[in-house]
Design a protein around this ligand. Structure first.
Ligand code: SF4
Length: 297
């Protein structure tokens, strides 16, 4: 399969880095072959790559569910007066899950790829009711962890301390275009800007997010990097963890630049990318790979 690479603007992100390190062929399907496949009129192989790209596993679905719910509550982007009451995050996430799960059951193979769809529902022999029960239990556990963790303090914060941030957030660093996924931001007592990267982000993801947050805050608000701190919110414990306190900005930038150079080196001189140029992994992750059905390894 050969596709034009120049149709979309190149943008480094942690997810792109993750796919690049995991499997180059998977990276090709995710970032090149699926491009444009949101359109029902796109060629069938593009449409199918896009369908597979947009499937969510349980862990990513939970992250997405709580990201949306907590952002709604924190920025009061919801009509309910009770959004900030104790337990509201878990209740609202549970209600959203029930709506989304019913929609998934009605449209399992997804004519609208923008809707969330769980990979697990498509696995042969899987039970939808067992999956739903498992997710309900996980959502309840996250809701309880949030209530017993740092969330009540965040949600009780006065509105004037809350700082709106787009998510995804595109950050320009010289020639590099990068993306982070902030959950929310606020001004701490003393004036420090604190940005929480999306729910459940891993430690290395948090370190790269810290780098991007500092650049963004400087680009947009001329805020010195030492006055910007990054956190992630752990869905298991409900606790915030700080990142980037010993950040080596130069080293981080070198890694991102090296990543981008490797990725763009596979664009051919005529502006196309060819599946054959993207090496398959050693096979260790193939059994769980979303692209297994289309992979020509
Ligand atoms: S099936 Fe294996 S080789 Fe193919 S994209 Fe997935 S991980 Fe890579």
């Amino acid at each position: 399969m050969i596709v034009a690479s120049g149709n979309h603007e190149f943008c480094w992100s942690w997810r792109r880095h993750w796919w690049w390190r995991r499997c180059r062929r998977g990276y090709f399907y995710y970032y090149c072959a699926a491009f444009g496949g949101h359109d029902p009129e796109s060629p069938p192989e593009v449409r199918e790559a896009h369908r597979l790209r947009t499937l969510l596993n349980e862990k990513i679905y939970l992250r997405r569910l709580f990201n949306l719910t907590l952002r709604e509550i924190f920025y009061r982007d919801c009509d309910a007066e009770s959004a900030g009451e104790p337990g509201a995050a878990g209740r609202r996430a549970a209600a959203r899950f029930e709506r989304e799960f019913q929609a998934m059951l009605l449209d399992m193979y997804g004519s609208d790829h923008a809707r969330p769809r769980l990979i697990e529902l498509l696995k042969p022999g899987g039970s939808a009711s067992e999956l739903a029960a498992r997710l309900r239990a996980r959502i309840a556990a996250v809701g309880a962890a949030l209530e017993n963790g740092d969330w009540p303090e965040l949600v009780a914060m006065s509105p004037e301390r809350r700082r709106w941030m787009e998510s995804p957030l595109f950050v320009q660093i010289g020639e590099l275009r990068c993306a982070a996924a902030p959950l929310l931001a606020f001004t701490a007592p003393g004036g420090e800007l604190r940005i929480i990267e999306g729910c459940g982000a891993s430690h290395p993801e948090g370190e790269f997010a810290a780098l991007l947050h500092k650049f963004h805050a400087f680009n947009v608000w001329r805020r010195p990097p030492e006055r910007v701190r990054t956190f992630t919110l752990d869905l298991g414990s409900g606790r915030l963890t700080g990142h980037g306190d010993a950040l080596d900005v130069s080293a981080g930038l070198r890694k991102i630049t090296a990543d981008c150079a490797e990725m763009t080196a596979l664009i051919r001189s005529d502006g196309t990318v060819d599946e054959q140029d993207f090496a398959c992994s050693d096979g260790a992750g193939c059994a769980d790979c979303r692209f297994r059905s289309i992979c020509r390894r």
